[in-house]
Ligand binder design. Structure first.
Ligand code: HEM
Length: 410
């Protein structure tokens, strides 16, 4: 597959619709350049285009930028290329769009809820739900949509249970998180909506939900976050609302996509399925990391330079924007042997699917790993030959490497 630099415009949504082999060839070419390339910003109706951004596509660059948040700031926005203003960023992104000391303060308050021990409390519920999902799948028979009937269900139920959200609100959460992470996909966002109103109203629906949850109380994460008081620090209602939006959005679609990509990878690589089935418990942890590496459900996050800085031979200027392409770093031939190969026995290594090492490393990584492990254990124990069928219907987005629909057979 040959691609030329002139064919690559990472800001053109059409680039992200090209076949995966072309995407791989394009990023391999970008990694081979002596210096990172700069791209013009995409046109978005409700934001002014800025000065452009550098694409960081090598593992070494992504890691170094993640490790140095005082130089590579998240505060001007990590999840959008445009500067949307601190208020908008905080509203939708909470601490993911903040720097220390505010980031550290919020992270201290909420991180107690995400330790392996706390996640362990939900383990039984996760297992029971995975079993129910597979029961329903078997009863419905082959031919259904694996994404909506399997992959989407577990993360949605887990995050809703953690926060005390009843089944009557699951649809609201599902729809709102789809809209917030819709990218350019017309299935979730009307192309004529250039005002951002669809996005804002999805945010409002989630904020309204958190207000009703606080009023209801109960033994859940929302209640413990309203009470959390670390050295006199408490979350304000506004902070809680934004953190809630971040959690339901970050916790849903990412894990859903990892599970869907996982089924596709095992379908395309029967040798790896056979290896896994020969020692399910022993090899599942490695398989989950390998799925995250190759799927890289979050394709990039942004940083902005706080001062002039030289990194790996290139001089960046204060104010420059950089996009950390995790998807590309996870295929860097300088770090991964035979990087395009799905190899569940690959030595546990340095993939950056949950972000690079640094203060913003995914808060939900442990939870996501548990969910993906439990889902594949249940699927491969009961229907070990389940496969994806036909081409997956991919999300039209540069930010989320998503699968919207994918049929399955067994
Ligand atoms: C396979 C699933 C997941 C993937 C691939 C993923 C990916 C990521 C990435 C790449 C970041 C780094 C952001 C940065 O450096 O700017 C991140 C941050 C974050 N993730 Fe995840 N995530 C996943 C699941 C989850 C889940 C299940 C939750 C919660 C329930 C979650 C909550 C968060 C939060 C709160 C942050 C922000 C952390 C901070 O700014 O300190 N994620 N995630």
């Amino acid at each position: 597959m040959t691609v030329s630099l002139a064919d690559i415009d990472l800001s053109d949504v059409a680039f992200w619709e090209r076949p995966m082999a072309e995407r791989e060839a394009a990023f391999a070419l970008l990694r081979a350049q002596p210096a990172p390339l700069r791209f013009a910003e995409p046109e978005v109706g409700f934001a002014l285009p800025g000065p452009g951004y550098y694409a960081l596509v090598r593992h070494a660059d992504v890691v170094e930028a993640s490790r140095n948040p005082e130089i590579f700031s998240s505060g001007r926005g990590a999840t959008a290329i445009h500067d949307l203003g601190p208020e908008f960023g905080e509203y939708f992104g909470s601490m993911i769009n903040m720097d220390d000391p505010r980031h550290a303060r919020l992270r201290r308050i909420v991180s107690r809820a995400f330790t392996p021990r706390m996640i362990g409390h939900f383990e039984d519920g996760v297992r029971e739900e995975a079993a129910r999902i597979v029961d329903r799948l078997i009863a419905a028979g082959p031919g259904g949509d694996f994404v909506t009937e399997v992959a989407a269900r577990l993360p949605l139920k887990v995050i809703c249970d953690m926060m005390g959200i009843g089944a009557e609100h699951h649809r609201t959460v599902f729809d709102a998180s789809n809209v917030i992470l819709a990218g350019e996909d017309p299935e979730f966002i009307q192309e004529i909506d250039r005002s951002g109103e669809t996005l804002l109203s999805a945010g409002r629906r989630l904020q309204d939900l958190v207000v009703s949850l606080v009023a209801k109380g109960g033994d859940n994460l929302i209640t413990s976050l309203t009470k959390a008081n670390i050295d006199g620090e408490k979350l304000t209602m506004r902070e809680l609302g934004s953190f809630f939006i971040l959690l339901v959005v970050a916790g849903n679609e990412t894990t859903r996509n990892a599970i869907s990509h996982g089924l596709q990878l095992f379908t395309e690589n029967p040798d790896q399925r056979a290896l896994l089935l020969a020692d399910l418990d022993g090899r599942l942890p490695g398989a989950v990391e390998e799925i995250i590496r190759l799927a890289s459900p979050v394709a990039w996050m942004r940083r902005t330079l706080t001062r002039d800085h030289e990194m790996n031979g290139h001089l960046y200027r204060k104010g420059d924007k950089v996009l950390l392409y995790y998807w590309a770093a996870n295929r860097d031939e300088a770090v991964f042997t035979d990087p395009y190969r799905f190899d569940i026995r690959r030595p546990a290594g340095d993939h950056v699917g949950f972000g690079g090492p640094g203060p913003h490393f995914c808060l939900g990584a442990h939870l996501a790993r548990r969910e993906i492990t439990v889902m594949f254990r249940e699927l491969f124990t009961r229907i070990p030959h389940i496969r994806s069928a036909g081409e997956p219907d991919r999300l039209r987005s540069s930010f989320i490497n998503g699968i919207k629909h994918m049929s399955c057979e067994f």
